[in-house]
Ligand binder design. Structure first.
Ligand SMILES: [Zn+2]
Length: 603
């Protein structure tokens, strides 16, 4: 559909080395990988020597935790190297089978050390703390022990725990039924594209058609997709309802106040944060309502429908950016993060941490991935668009976050949570936007850029808050003893759509089925984290824009903290308190300012 589709895709050998990542910094050759594989296998055999001995002495416990950590580190390296190589060309089976072997080893390691937590939970808190204080290195596992003690409150008797462990496979039923239906069995009717050609709708094509400049095409694609969900709505309703019942069952089995309490307790986020996110946003929806109406005017539509919410507003203002230029812009954009950050970013660009271009068989999309022993890497399929430049800024944010965490934290405390991960990435996007806005003189280009950011806030913040509200409502309905019929789910979705998007949006007959296509609702309170991280990054962005004193040091401290503390505490180091409404208000305020600016320039 785009010129890129018709281009022939280059082979890896056609690409200059400077655009390829270097994985030999981790393993010089596959033979070195094999050596480490053997070493990990041998180490694993030592695990069973520790069973029933963990309470014997601090030294024994420390040695066992260290063995587990050392094995895990090697397993990570093995998997990283195999998977990253496999992603360079999916047609090569060698690295796929190495990836499978690494995954197998990881599961063997999990099984070999599965005795550790149950055994430690037999030891009482006081003794456990005392043992940890006598570890040869006290700061290595202190957070782990603290977490173990925190989890104890919700651990049941051995008999109940055994039963709960056995129920896990059963509990996955609803989500696998949905995945099969959604990804394999469901088909969507054909529509006519803008030139009148008959095209069968797939999920990918639906996404493309949503960007069509022709409203009729967008509507047809929307109706095609959702007519299939309508046809299967009883099945999907039953699977989602069963999934919610599962969440409620486990939260009760583990004696939590609610399923929300259980989900947030996993990373020690107070439920007030969740409520504050929803309530603050819902008190401040005028900006979003205004934005929908403004879209209608800019698109010159009589009525704006749900299928008109993602098509580009200023497509003619899009321009090409070469990779070299994108690197330059991103590097300049993050200068306010300080010399240290900028020089490490330069190092990443100059030392083959990024695999830049699409080649035949390469994994699609973009990601950042890290290992503890060497540097992180970024996979791109860079194709000279502004979108791609923002993706580069985003992934380099993850990449540098991993770099700092791995450099400053011991391995057991290096891995950060999703709650903080998206802060580092979306902050860089925000800085890039501000940098570009400062440079443009042409109002139309400025409009295009502002719209990028508005779309980000719309998709990553507002939409996800609405999804989070939906998730809360349906869990609470079940917790109150109610039942979730498909009609009830449709009704809730319709109400929320009207509330969030406001009076300008015309509701069609199909939007009420949208909940039925969202797989995240099977992940139990997952989506709110998109909004909370986004809000945290906007709050930090504001501090950088204001030039707040000390913010550079504080931000590097956040990036360096890995997984050594709870996310809420980590964000507090940057002066962002997620237990208050401030970060959400800052996000909405920036959004409103940008909407007003678009209104001023665009009409
Ligand atoms: Zn990300």
């Amino acid at each position: 559909m785009t010129p890129a589709d018709s281009k022939t895709i280059p082979q890896r050998s056609d690409i200059e080395d400077k655009y390829k990542w270097n994985l030999t910094d981790l393993y010089e050759s596959d033979a070195e990988w094999e050596k480490d594989y053997k070493k990990a296998q041998e180490m694993l055999t030592k695990a069973k020597g520790f069973t029933d001995r963990l309470a014997d002495s601090p030294a024994i416990l420390f040695d066992c935790l260290t063995l587990r950590s050392d094995v895990s580190l090697i397993c990570d390296n093995l998997h990283f190297y195999a998977k990253r190589n496999a992603d360079l060309d999916h047609r090569v089976s060698k690295y796929q089978s190495m990836t499978d072997r690494a995954a197998m080893l990881i599961s063997q390691a999990g099984a070999a050390f599965s005795f550790v937590e149950p055994e430690l939970l037999q030891i009482d808190d006081k003794q456990l703390k005392e043992m940890a204080e006598h570890f040869p290195e006290r700061t290595l596992y202190d957070f782990y022990i603290k977490e173990l003690i925190r989890s104890r409150e919700h651990i049941r008797s051995a008999e109940i725990e055994e039963l709960l462990a056995q129920s896990i496979l059963m509990a996955r039923g609803p989500s696998s039924v949905f995945t099969m239906l959604n990804d394999a069995d469901m088909k969507y009717p054909s529509i006519k594209d803008k030139d009148g050609r008959e095209v069968r709708i797939t999920k990918q094509r639906y996404a493309k058609f949503m960007e069509s400049p022709v409203q009729r095409v967008r509507r047809d694609a929307h109706e095609s997709l959702f007519s299939s969900y309508k046809e299967h709505i009883n099945t999907i309703g039953a699977s989602l309802s069963a999934s919610i019942n599962t969440d409620v069952f486990y939260s009760r089995a583990r004696r939590y106040e609610s399923s929300l309490h259980q989900a947030l307790d996993a990373i020690n986020v107070p439920v007030e944060v969740y409520h504050s996110l929803l309530d603050t946003t819902e008190k401040n929806l005028e900006g979003l309502h205004k934005w929908i109406e403004l879209r209608r005017k800019i698109l010159k539509l009589d009525k704006i429908y749900p299928y008109d919410l993602v098509c580009p507003l200023f497509p003619e203002e899009n321009y090409e950016v070469s990779y070299e230029d994108a690197v330059k812009e991103v590097t300049q954009a993050v200068e306010s993060l300080g010399k240290d950050y900028t020089s490490n970013l330069k190092k990443a660009f100059e030392s083959n941490w990024v695999d830049v271009y699409e080649t035949e068989g390469k994994a699609s999309g973009a990601y950042s991935s890290s290992n503890y022993s060497s540097h992180p890497v970024v996979l791109m399929n860079y194709n000279d668009t502004i979108d791609n430049m923002f993706t580069l800024a985003h992934e380099m944010g993850h990449c540098l976050h991993s770099f700092y965490s791995n450099k400053m934290q011991p391995y057991p405390k290096a891995q950060y949570t999703i709650f903080v991960a998206e802060v580092a990435s979306t902050l860089n996007e925000g800085l890039l936007l501000q940098h570009l806005l400062k440079k443009v003189t042409d109002d139309k280009k400025k409009l295009f850029l502002l719209n990028q950011h508005i779309d980000n806030t719309f998709g990553t913040y507002f939409n996800q808050v609405m999804y989070a509200r939906f998730e809360l409502m349906i869990h609470e309905e079940v917790e109150r003893g109610g039942a979730l019929s498909p009609d009830r789910l449709n009704e809730i979705w319709n109400e929320l759509t009207k509330k969030y998007y406001g009076p300008a949006l015309s509701i069609d007959d199909y939007i009420k089925y949208k909940w039925a296509r969202i797989p995240h609702f099977y992940y139990t309170y997952y989506v709110y984290q998109y909004s909370t991280s986004y809000a945290a990054s906007q709050a930090i962005l504001e501090k950088f824009l204001k030039g707040e004193e000390g913010i550079v040091e504080k931000y590097l401290q956040l990036l360096s903290s890995g997984g050594s503390d709870y996310p809420i505490n980590q964000l507090k180091t940057c002066g962002v308190d997620m237990t208050t409404a401030a970060p959400f208000e800052a996000t909405i305020k920036l959004f409103e300012e940008q909407v007003n600016e678009v209104e001023r320039l665009g009409l």
